[in-house]
Design a protein around this ligand. Structure first.
Ligand code: TXA
Ligand code: MG
Length: 512
């Protein structure tokens, strides 16, 4: 493979320089801070071309001479920075001129292919407008959509197809170099990362439960997650970060308490809800001006995020309202046919979802959902006792605290709850088949009549109970009993989250 086989076609305004409208003066050219380093890295392997629509010429707001002067300046500056641009293609027409050279027409790509021996199928077009991506796809190549320039404003118009959404030129360069630099077969994680970058949806393991991921910067990909899960659009997703540097890119005005929590608990089962930056698409947050962020602590999740190079929006990988999956088979059973891939990482270590914490204006933490980090651990990490918001909310409370439905994480079989340590009632004598889920082995007497008895943890170990909770609920649900009974666990440490899930599975009612 010779270096000249693959080309990177660069849009100009909004992609390598700031988009300031019709540019006629070289003094107005401002390169992005990452332009030179990104293009230097790309140019070490690929031929570079500029391809720009300048309809101002047709409209009479600038002259072709102005455009050429600016382009010459851009190419000269790049050259001084050690970056060689092989050719510059300009379409001076307006849409109404019906020319053949205006993006998204692949005309100039074909000219370059002919003139320079470029393999368009392996080439890339980088730009901040959907037509840049369409140009690539029309030529059989890959489009890279940048959220710089007009990128954020036009992203809703971006279609599907062979394209990647990246936050900036530097991230895009990383991705292109990563995918073209690989030799031989892809590992499972590389395959998953490839699918995710191209707008696919992939289930992956985290330390809490399996998530169903999409590129969090790509609204089209995120929409596929909602569709596969049959999740209502008012219920926002958690965004998983590749590294801590993404925190400042995705959030603003982060309270000190949040920073302290993150320092102690990340990577790990803590999700913080903080004001979001404009990089996050509305669909991820259901239109809220806050975003839920977490950094998972699972070797495969970390590797996947690292290889993707973008944050991943991921709810638990189950149909909306059902029990979260804690192994790959659970995902296969419920979503197997509707998603692009399942990355198998064995059983989840924690077994229940992350603790979600929001912050009051004063910075005080508020637990929106108890989870893998106990209230005691939070208190130790931030030096104050977090308040717990009551989750007995009805649907009318949306979208204030979405995902906090009274009934959620539910088996299909009706579930009755028993207080921890209370006497187990006898099952109804009407022939209904009943199963019992006990907290531990302390019970001496289990009344006759239960068809099955399962135990969360023989010696009442809450870590083990959390690990096994969802798998046991699924098993009991799959065995088609008429009625399930479950004993609550002691309400401290991880027990707070376990009881929360049991209560939601039962629709909040404690029967005995
Ligand atoms: O452990 C976990 O948190 C797993 C793994 C995959 O990371 N994820 C998970 O996601 O449990 P999910 O979709 O099942 O729960 C996400 C919940 C939403 O239902 C909502 O309650 C809350 O996070 N959430 C997300 N964004 C929010 C926001 N901006 N404000 C308040 N709550 C938010
Ligand atoms: Mg542009």
């Amino acid at each position: 493979m010779s270096r000249s086989d693959i080309a990177v076609f660069l849009d100009r305004d909004g992609t390598i320089i700031e988009d300031r409208g019709d540019l006629s003066r070289v003094e107005d050219v401002v390169f992005f801070s990452d332009t030179f380093e990104s293009l230097r890295r790309l140019n070490a392997k690929f031929r570079l071309f500029l391809i720009t629509n300048q309809s101002g010429v047709s409209k009479g707001t600038i002259t072709m001479h102005d455009v050429q002067r600016v382009n010459k300046h851009v190419v000269n500056v790049l050259q001084d920075e050690g970056i060689a641009v092989d050719d510059v293609f300009v379409c001076p027409h307006d849409k109404s001129d019906e020319c053949k050279c205006r993006k998204p027409s692949p005309y100039y790509l074909e000219v370059a292919a002919e003139r320079y021996g470029i393999d368009l199928k392996r080439s890339y077009v980088l730009g901040d407008h959907p037509h840049d991506v369409e140009t690539a796809i029309a030529a059989g190549g890959c489009g890279v959509y940048l959220l710089t320039g007009h990128g954020i404003r036009h992203i809703a118009e971006l279609g599907d197809g062979d394209r990647i959404v990246a936050a900036c030129l530097s991230d895009a360069a990383d991705m292109i170099l990563d995918e073209t630099g690989r030799a031989g077969e892809l590992t499972n994680t590389e395959q998953a990362a490839h699918l995710l970058r191209r707008g696919g949806i992939v289930a992956f393991p985290t330390e809490t439960v399996y998530g169903l991921a999409a590129n969090a910067l790509d609204p089209c990909a995120v929409a596929k997650v909602f569709a596969a899960k049959q999740r209502p659009h008012f219920d926002p997703l958690i965004v998983h970060l590749p590294d801590i540097a993404w925190l400042d890119r995705l959030a603003r005005d982060i309270p000190d308490t949040a920073v302290r929590l993150v320092d102690t608990c990340w990577p790990g089962p803590l999700t913080i809800v903080v004001p979001r930056s404009e990089l996050i698409p509305d669909i991820v947050t259901s239109g809220l001006d806050t975003v839920a962020l977490r950094m998972p602590d699972h070797p495969l999740a970390k590797e996947l995020l690292d290889k993707c190079g973008v944050p991943l929006a991921a709810p638990s990988a189950n149909r909306f309202g059902c029990i979260s999956p804690t192994c790959a088979q659970h995902v296969q059973d419920s979503l197997g046919n509707d998603i692009d891939m399942i990355l198998d990482g064995g059983k989840c270590r924690v077994g229940i979802e992350s603790t979600i914490v929001a912050f009051e204006d004063s910075g005080l933490p508020v637990i929106l959902r108890p989870g893998g980090i106990s209230p005691e651990m939070l208190e130790e990490a931030c030096g104050c006792r977090p308040r717990m918001i009551p989750h007995l909310l009805s649907k009318d409370d949306y979208p204030q605290a979405p995902g906090m439905l009274e009934r959620h994480y539910s088996p299909a079989t009706p579930l009755l709850l028993i207080e921890n340590g209370a006497d187990v009632p006898a099952p109804p004598p009407d022939g209904r088949r009943c199963a019992l889920l006990l907290a531990d082995k302390q019970k001496t007497t289990v009344p006759h009549g239960f068809s099955a008895v399962e135990i969360l943890s023989p010696d009442g170990n809450l870590t083990e109970s959390a690990q096994r909770l969802f798998a046991l609920l699924r098993k009991l649900d799959a065995d088609n009993y008429d009625l399930l009974y479950a004993e609550l666990v002691p309400d401290n440490g991880l027990g707070v989250a376990i009881n929360d899930r049991l209560k939601r599975a039962a629709g909040q009612k404690i029967a005995f």
